[in-house]
Design a protein around this ligand. Structure first.
Ligand SMILES: NC(=O)c1ccc[n+]([C@@H]2O[C@H](COP(=O)([O-])OP(=O)(O)OC[C@H]3O[C@@H](n4cnc5c(N)ncnc54)[C@H](O)[C@@H]3O)[C@@H](O)[C@H]2O)c1
Length: 251
């Protein structure tokens, strides 16, 4: 079975790639980051350097990865620009940064899904998982020093882009259901790897104080849920976004 994981060289993506590979998937890792020395492609995991803001590059990557069909697409690439480890306030966000965030976090997922569409296996437990975020349901934090709302390190552009991705997940689930193909999302809260590590210590402490389980999550805990969502055990789940946030954003 063939899988594609975008952002698979990042913190969460790496855990997802390892999990899928250990479950017997051949995985194409599409990430813009260079492949680290000593991490060359294997029979199971193929590394492709792909700029996911580039439509032509996405087309090439998906076509090559799916030549023998496709069972799993995990959209995990994402960016969350910060200022000194904290969320930028809205007036600090210029249009280039806004567009870049939407291009990586939302537009690239539309493109990978559109290109994967004809290759996804019908009625054979194929599925898409979009890595959304708990903050898709929340506002960006208020100005520094204010305590209203939940505090977290993501800007308004990041929150809005992840809300767009969450909504796209619902439309895709409906559009593919007739082919027996599922589309779900996973919404991590505060995870102590990848972009979580770019958070200032003082901001992190404020976040952790809000977490009912009292600690950040791990990328393995996100991979657990992705593993479940792509498995036959989740055969009756589609259009669902599963929070993995230690109880941060109850609903
Ligand atoms: N870490 C958290 O606390 C957290 C919380 C909620 C959601 N998320 C989401 O989880 C996903 C993974 O986050 P992470 O913490 O592992 O971060 P990360 O920065 O370690 O991983 C993101 C990956 O995306 C890749 N990427 C970024 N721009 C790209 C581009 N233009 N083309 C190709 N690849 C590109 C990066 O190279 C990187 O490997 C993201 O979508 C993020 O928004 C993370």
């Amino acid at each position: 079975m063939q899988a594609i994981v975008t952002g698979g060289r990042g913190g969460i993506g790496r855990a997802v790639v390892e999990r899928l590979a250990s479950n017997g998937y051949r995985v194409v890792v599409a990430d813009g980051a260079p492949v680290p020395d000593g991490e060359t492609s294997t029979a199971t995991v193929t590394h492709v350097v792909t700029d996911l803001t580039d439509e032509a590059a996405i087309k090439d990557m998906v076509r090559e990865a799916s030549s023998d069909g496709l069972h799993v697409l995990v959209n995990c690439a994402g960016i969350s620009p910060k200022r000194h480890g904290a969320a930028p306030q809205l007036p600090e966000i210029d249009v280039e940064e806004w567009d870049r965030v939407f291009s990586v976090n939302a537009r690239s997922c539309f493109l990978t899904i559109r290109e994967a569409w004809p290759h996804l296996a019908d009625h054979d437990n194929a599925s898409i998982v979009n890595v959304v975020s708990a903050v898709a349901k929340a506002a960006a934090s208020g100005p520094p020093g204010t305590s209203f709302g939940l505090n977290h390190p993501a800007g308004a552009h990041y929150c809005a882009s992840k809300a767009a991705l969450g909504n796209l997940t619902l439309s895709v689930a409906r559009a593919l259901a007739g082919r027996g193909i599922r589309c779900n999302g996973v919404a991590p809260g505060y995870i102590n790897s990848g972009m979580g590590n770019a958070t200032a210590r003082s901001v992190e402490q404020a976040v952790v104080r809000q977490l009912p389980l009292g600690r950040p999550g791990t990328s393995a805990e996100v991979a657990n849920v992705v593993e479940f969502l792509v498995s036959p055990a989740a055969s009756y789940l589609t259009g669902e976004i599963v929070d993995v946030d230690g109880g941060w954003y109850p609903d």
